[in-house]
Write a protein of this length. Structure first.
Length: 221
């Protein structure tokens, strides 16, 4: 790779990282070409995994009836969450669109199989969740690849795992980790939705970096 092409690759990577958004309201419903979908899934499947277990699977969902049933469940869980909020926060939450299940072209449910490679998964003996972390890395790969391809992705988390297992026929031993809405979008917002709507603001990097031990910041060095 030449220095120029290496620089362009780095630029594209950082652009994808910073352009990526959790998309809810900008899906167009336009089709995804099979070639693009293959590249995005291949990027997810190329993620690192503890003990090379590759403990993920990807369930691709286009059936409108399935998406409608899940959407109804999501709305129900959204109501449950809203009921726990004080009035001011509930008002802010009411203005936030929480999913693009019906509008997105495709839904991808990413699952975790803790039994893959067991027993004796190399690197998991002391950290039981290392396999789950591996699945999250696959999701991040998928998200960045989709962003680079001009697609939007939205991670829906307002659901009960048991409901999703039953809906998709996922075995009890397999854990659904994410329902991802995927598809072409009109645009990606410059500012994340939750920040735009006043739900939370992002922390600056300086608050997240510690030096040598917890609590030692740059100003203490």
């Amino acid at each position: 790779m030449t220095p120029v092409s290496a620089e362009r690759t780095l630029t594209n990577l950082y652009e994808a990282i910073h352009r990526r958004r959790d998309v809810r309201g900008q899906f167009t419903g336009a089709p995804i070409s099979p070639e693009v979908l293959e590249r995005v899934l291949a990027a997810a499947h190329a993620a690192p995994s503890v003990g090379l277990t590759q403990p993920w699977d990807f369930v691709l969902i286009t059936d409108p009836a399935t998406k409608e049933r899940f959407h109804e469940h999501v709305q129900s869980e959204s109501d449950v969450f809203a009921a726990t909020l004080p009035p001011e926060r509930a008002g802010v939450f009411a203005g936030i669109k929480i999913d693009g299940v019906l509008e997105s072209t495709l839904s991808v449910v990413v699952t975790y199989n803790p039994g893959r490679g067991a027993p004796g998964v190399l690197g998991r003996h002391a950290i039981a969740d290392a396999g789950l972390y591996s699945v999250c890395l696959a999701i991040q790969n998928l998200w960045l690849a989709a962003t680079a391809e001009g697609l939007g992705v939205g991670w829906v988390s307002f659901y009960r795992e048991e409901f999703l297992q039953e809906l998709l026929g996922i075995p009890d031993r397999i854990r659904p980790v994410a329902w991802l809405c995927v598809g072409p979008v009109t645009h990606l917002e410059d500012t994340p939705d939750l920040e735009r709507h006043g739900w939370r603001r992002r922390r600056p990097l300086t608050e997240a970096v510690h030096y040598g031990r917890w609590g030692v910041t740059a100003r203490d060095c």
